[in-house]
Design a protein around this ligand. Structure first.
Ligand SMILES: Nc1ncnc2c1ncn2[C@@H]1O[C@H](COP(=O)(O)OP(=O)(O)O)[C@@H](O)[C@H]1O
Length: 179
């Protein structure tokens, strides 16, 4: 069943999630440009507004202040037309999203991408394990209606083209279902 916010929106909000390196920002920026949607990179928003609540010693990165991220984006998410990119998804309010995509990348491809990004040691291993264990897919499946959660392969540029047309189809279906 559609949620209250969803019924208010005339264009959908899209969540792109998945393990770091699976191609969320590459797809997200391209998709937003083609659809004339607004691309929202949650990591960048947090950095810009300093929405942090501490420092993670193990991963040597700041800890996101999830409540402040939600407060920051809440108003914008009421209207549709956003493509949100983040490597986690369970803390977002369910009402924000009409379509949820979990990007998936083969281990060897992902390993190479993360190495290129400068990841090594535990950070690299943990992210590969995250993909192997389908952690983000499980998180998305537990957080959103099964009917709106879909996996997308994200290994090659052809995959990206295909994903854009798949998402465009889903947007058409979403709009048709509201009539
Ligand atoms: N569909 C794809 N085919 C080939 N390379 C890709 C694809 N999507 C992303 N990449 C590459 O993989 C790397 C990680 O992509 P990025 O979009 O930054 O991932 P994320 O935002 O999920 O961390 C980048 O070098 C990007 O160019």
């Amino acid at each position: 069943m559609a949620n209250f916010y969803s019924t208010q929106r005339v264009v959908p909000n899209i969540l792109l999630t998945g393990t770091p390196g699976t191609g969320k920002s590459t797809l997200g920026q391209e998709l937003a440009q083609q659809l004339e949607f607004v691309y929202v990179n949650v990591g960048d928003v947090a950095k810009e507004k300093e929405l942090y609540e501490g420092w993670d010693q193990d991963y040597e990165c700041p800890i996101l202040d999830e409540d402040r991220v939600i407060d920051e984006l809440e108003e914008d998410m009421k209207t549709g037309g956003k493509v949100v990119d983040y490597h986690s998804c369970e803390f977002f309010p369910e009402r924000w999203f009409d379509l949820v995509y979990v990007l998936r990348t083969d281990n060897s491809v992902l390993f190479h991408r993360l190495e290129q990004r400068g990841y090594s040691g535990r950070k690299l291993e943990d992210n590969i394990q995250c993909e192997i264990f389908q952690t983000i897919l499980e998180e998305a499946s537990n957080s959103y209606l099964p009917s709106i959660v879909r996996e997308l392969p994200s290994n090659t540029p052809d995959d990206m083209e295909e994903n854009i047309s798949t998402i465009e189809d889903h947007i058409r279906q979403w709009k048709a279902s509201k009539r």
